[in-house]
Ligand binder design. Sequence first.
Ligand code: DGL
Length: 258
Amino acid sequence: MASTAPIGVFDSGLGGISVAREIRRDMPNEQVLYFGDSANAPYGTKTPEQVRELSFAIVDRFVKQGVKAIVIACNTATSAAADALRDVYDVPIIGMEPALKLACDRGQGHRQRVIVAATPLTLRERKFAVLMDRFKSDHTIFPDPCPDLVEIVEQGRLDDHDLVMRTLHGYFDQYDLSTIDSVVLGCTHFVFYRDYFRELLPDSAAIIDGNPGTVRHLRVVLESLGTLAPDHAIGGIELANSDTSERIAELADALLHR
Ligand code: DGL
């Protein structure tokens, strides 16, 4: 595959734009084809079978477009579909999972209290159970499904401060937040809430997302295959969406430049 071929990046909707931004920041020579499936969002409240079917259709589209790698910029689709996709397609497929390891490692051997905010499907799937098993005996982990945070982004209501803070309090007032060491943003939509989480949490609590790690992994994979874009290549992000309305196009563009 030519090193100048694009990278396909997809999500159930607009959340994966937070990953596309990170790719642009870290690897400005890469050309990214972003596909958001907002017409079918959210994925987090669907069955694994439904999410697999939707993911296959998107990957098929990317393969026809000649991408050199695919990033599943969606923890939910990764849980439900990554293994099945890798069984079928030769193109390298990079997935995501809640960055729980990063949160636990921060403790340097001390027991951490970690909230993992993600979609209901991510938290129900086997992949997350395996992740929990690695860390739950040494740390206190609170998995918390937060589907409304996906809807707020998709509805373009992220700037509604009162709505967002009310929603966050609805999910997190059950905890004594002064005892929490970190919150893992285990859904790419949630990365856009970083400032709101900062407002909610005491300074002592870290806010952790998996985007930088995913992009580092992407770089390693491309490097190992010799398909990193050359320094003279002109990179960029092309946004596409299954919801072809003007509203979604404007929202996607605003998130990309947020
Ligand atoms: N952005 C997605 C994730 O990272 C899923 C959101 C959804 O559609 O429920 O899990």
